[in-house]
Design a protein around this ligand. Structure first.
Ligand SMILES: [Zn+2]
Length: 237
């Protein structure tokens, strides 16, 4: 992969005050996390773009989380939109300064054979089509990385309840969460089937939303810019 120009800072940008991803609404006691996804690549489509946005929104709104901020309780609401943009230009990605915009390529072939984001807390990456079609938790998991979450350190959750959204493939779990409940843990079929992952209240707490700095317009930025446009990788086979 050829290194591309990156934009990691928005400090001092004149438009910064008007653009944001997290909005504090005092009147309705809501903290809204706005994310707009733009999808490109040969496997992207209008239908898929809407589906991914819906998947992410439903998973992240499932726990109905609340946070306390300056003595008040706020309802955490994820507002996710998906757009198909086949004509997306690399420059649009490189020079984007709007923190609510995310740019993802979707292809049947992935250079790493998996879906990935360009770093923790980033706004760009690559989705492998089969991962998206396999389970609605794929996009929701990758979104967790985009807004700053890592994989948990302890990847053996046998004896614990519902697996959180940030557990990766390969995690050891109780039989009913495995691909094959009768498989020996760690052997083929004996690891976490990602469809059982759920966004839990603990995942929302990990975002540390109460630590965000809201400016005068009640906006704050969650995550960071990576601004990498992914070229079309061709399979060598
Ligand atoms: Zn991951």
């Amino acid at each position: 992969m050829k290194p591309l120009p990156t934009c990691n800072t928005i400090i001092g940008h004149p438009d910064h005050q008007t653009m944001a991803s997290v909005q504090l609404l005092s009147a309705t006691h809501q903290l809204i996390i706005h994310s707009h996804f733009y999808f490109y690549g040969t496997a992207a489509s209008e239908v898929l773009a809407k589906q991914i946005a819906t998947d992410i929104e439903q998973h992240w709104n499932e726990p109905n989380a609340t946070i306390q901020y300056k003595g008040k309780i706020y309802e955490v609401v994820f507002d996710v939109k998906g757009f198909y943009d086949p004509q997306l230009q690399p420059e649009t990605v490189w020079y984007n300064t709007d923190p609510k915009l995310f740019f993802f390529r979707i292809e049947e072939y992935s250079p790493l054979d998996i879906s990935f984001v360009d770093g923790i807390g980033s706004n760009t990456g690559f989705f492998k089509l089969s991962n998206l079609l396999q389970t609605s938790t794929t996009a929701a998991h990758e979104y967790g990385h985009m807004i700053g979450l890592h994989h948990p350190q302890q990847l053996d959750i046998r004896g614990q309840k519902t697996p959180g959204i940030m557990y990766p493939r390969g995690t050891l779990c109780d039989p009913h969460f495995q691909y094959d409940p009768s498989a020996t843990p760690g052997q083929k079929g004996g690891t976490l089937d990602p469809k059982h992952r759920k966004v839990l209240t603990e995942d929302i707490q990990q975002l540390k939303l109460h630590k965000l700095n809201f400016d005068d317009g009640d906006f704050a930025v969650l995550g960071d810019f990576t601004s990498i446009y992914h070229a079309h990788y061709l399979s060598t086979e």
